[in-house]
Design a protein around this ligand. Structure first.
Ligand SMILES: Cc1cc2nc3c(=O)[nH]c(=O)nc-3n(C[C@H](O)[C@H](O)[C@H](O)COP(=O)(O)OP(=O)(O)OC[C@H]3O[C@@H](n4cnc5c(N)ncnc54)[C@H](O)[C@@H]3O)c2cc1C
Length: 591
């Protein structure tokens, strides 16, 4: 691994498992939009700062930001307003958003998108008059989604990766954080324990400030849209470090994940611009069933409604032969579809489907985690020296994220985090406290224990069992009995995980990495089920068949979780703070 000159490397010959240690001012875990923007803004505020990014993937290649097809919501037109964007966001979130975070999102999106073009060289699609083209997305009162064809993420991540490479910022590729490091009181984060995937060795990264930006990614479900490299690592690490987490019951399912039997890319998205443009959904009996669930808007309903409707059709036995429902864009004309959705047409073609001419089988797919670390608008968390941005943070979207507000969050809050980290470093020159004695050794022992076993459980098999349990019992449609069973099943899977055996060498050991992924998924599954059990109503993305109605009498709260001393989630709740808009204003708002 090529380490940058700014990193102060110490080889610890005396510690057999920890070959390397380095110190840096700012450690950024994750290299999607949030991680990259944070690095760029922190560096530009003070180029003297040592900034190190670690990414599980290759530079510029990993994460969901790169996969963004649709685009991001920004107020640019005089006929639009931040007020409307805020109200759309609160309505979409069914009023349980952190209003401070949502307001910052919509207001800061405007300067952020301009700077993405003028500072970092992103170029979005134009109108004939040269202004930025904005397209419609579901759940919005104005056509405000900025995009680059249907491959917006590639433009954003390619350009910002180039900018990172132009600057004196260290990037460690194929290097994953496995846990955050803490002082002996658990008050300060002192950096992170990293695993250099290529060499199979641990690295201790000590940092004055650490940003977690690993991008959520609910891959703990049978069908999921994020790539397999995403495994809710950040959420697991934050929880284990004792960070206050919020709204973890709110998992978004996207209605149209491709059904590709036997493929690891099953569940990958046909984005909602397709429904926005007029595509229809049919069940296995050829009915346009969305008219029964959302008569006014049909396929243009918000994604929670469309996902649930498809899931209910499937449960009722009206699925298509591939096991889901079908999306049909052919009536819009193949030329139109090919021209406007080239990325999706290509993807479908790779799997033998012709999106421009025929219906394509799709299923709801786990897409986005609305919950996450409880942060303020400067990305501070409940623990000193620790910041979180992007999908690992909770609160912006409340109970449901609007299409186009996800990458918007990562971009806006990456920028917020970068500025905030630079300010923090200005004020806090001191080194962090020492990492708790023997913490590193204990973590290494935890993460390598299965190498000491022979012929034990299989991590792939247990991960599949967990994904199945979450899909059936804590997924698109949930109920109390199923979730009580899920609690027991997850505990049993966790028990079986103590018998996992790992084989092979340590460099590039995918089995070992799957084991670490899976342990994060277990922790996040615990949080989701505990929060979902505590919310005895249906709201936004959280739908309980035993409490099918939204109930504002009891439901206007946010759920919080910390990890108890017994390793199990401790839940609490607080009433929603209606800082800028009252619940009546939210309820009465019409798009
Ligand atoms: C297919 C798809 C399409 C989408 N389309 C849209 C859209 O059109 N509009 C929209 O608003 N939102 C969209 N989203 C959601 C949006 O992409 C994400 O919310 C957003 O990109 C998350 O950004 P992030 O920076 O938080 O994380 P990511 O971009 O996911 O980046 C996470 C980074 O962390 C790294 N990482 C992960 N674990 C570790 C670890 N343990 N150690 C070190 N590094 C780690 C990853 O390698 C990656 O570099 C889409 C999501 C998907 C999956």
């Amino acid at each position: 691994m090529l380490l940058h000159s700014k990193i102060n490397l110490i080889f610890n010959q005396g510690e057999p498992m920890t070959q390397e240690k380095f110190t840096t001012d700012i450690l950024i875990i994750g290299m999607g939009a949030a991680g990259q923007l944070a690095a760029l803004y922190a560096y530009d505020a003070n180029p003297e700062l040592n900034i190190t990014i670690v990414t599980k993937a290759l530079k510029g290649k990993g994460g969901c930001s790169r996969m963004v097809q649709g685009g991001l919501n920004v107020v640019l037109n005089e006929a639009d307003s931040h007020e409307k964007h805020l109200m759309d966001t609160l309505k979409g979130g069914q009023y349980v958003n952190n209003q401070d975070l949502a307001k910052t999102l919509v207001e800061e999106a405007t300067p952020t998108i301009k700077e993405m073009e003028t500072r970092f060289g992103c170029f979005f699609d134009r109108n004939p008059d040269g202004t930025i083209h904005q397209k419609p997305f579901a759940g919005q009162s104005f056509d405000r989604t900025v995009h680059k064809g249907d491959l917006t993420g590639i433009e954003m991540i390619s350009r910002t990766t180039e900018q990172v490479m132009k600057r004196d910022i260290t990037v460690l590729e194929e290097c994953r954080a496995v846990d955050l490091l803490l002082d002996s009181f658990g008050r300060e984060v002192t950096g992170a324990l990293l695993l250099d995937i290529r060499q199979g060795r641990f690295i201790v990264a000590e940092a004055s400030a650490t940003l977690v930006a690993t991008g959520g990614g609910p891959t703990q479900y049978r069908f999921h849209a994020p790539g397999p490299e995403k495994s809710v690592d950040g959420l697991g690490m934050l929880y284990r470090a004792g960070v206050v987490m919020r709204d973890m019951e709110m998992i978004q399912f996207h209605p149209t994940g491709l059904i590709i039997p036997g493929s690891v890319v099953a569940g990958s998205l046909l984005e909602e611009g397709l429904r926005g443009a007029g595509a229809y959904l049919y069940n296995g009996q050829g009915e346009r069933y969305m008219k029964n669930y959302a008569p006014d808007v049909a396929e243009r309903a918000t994604r929670d409604v469309v996902s649930r409707s498809a899931f209910l059709e499937m449960l009722a036995g009206r699925e298509c032969e591939e096991g889901g429902v079908r999306i049909d864009a052919a009536h819009m004309g193949s030329e139109f579809v090919l021209e406007n959705f080239p990325g999706m047409c290509n993807r479908c073609r790779q799997f033998g489907y012709d999106l421009s001419r025929e219906p394509v089988p799709v299923s709801p797919t786990a897409h986005f985690v609305m919950g996450g670390a409880d942060i303020d608008k400067d990305c501070h968390t409940s623990i000193e020296r620790l910041f979180v941005a992007g999908e690992d943070a909770g609160g912006v979207h409340g109970g449901n994220r609007l299409g186009g507000n996800g990458i918007c969050e990562s971009t806006v809050y990456g920028r917020q985090a970068g500025k905030s980290l630079a300010r923090y470093m200005d004020r806090n020159k001191s080194q962090p406290a020492e990492t708790a004695k023997s913490m590193v050794e204990e973590l290494i022992e935890n993460h390598t224990r299965p190498f000491n076993k022979e012929n034990g459980e299989d991590a792939f098999k247990l991960r599949a069992e967990l994904q199945e349990c979450n899909w059936i019992k804590a997924g698109v449609v949930r109920n109390g009995n199923d979730m009580e069973e899920a609690v027991r099943e997850i505990a049993a899977i966790r028990g079986a995980a103590t018998d996992i055996a790992l084989t092979g060498g340590r460099p590039y050991n995918m089995l070992w990495n799957t084991y670490i992924d899976f342990m994060n998924m277990l922790d996040v599954s615990d949080m989701v089920v505990a929060s979902a059990l505590a919310r005895k109503e249906s709201r936004a993305a959280h739908y309980r068949s035993d409490y099918p109605e939204q109930n504002d009498e009891i439901g206007l709260f946010n759920s919080f979780i910390i990890r108890g001393d017994d390793g199990l989630p401790e839940t609490s709740s607080k009433p929603v703070e209606f800082t800028y808009k009252t619940v009546e204003e939210c309820r009465n708002y019409k798009k």
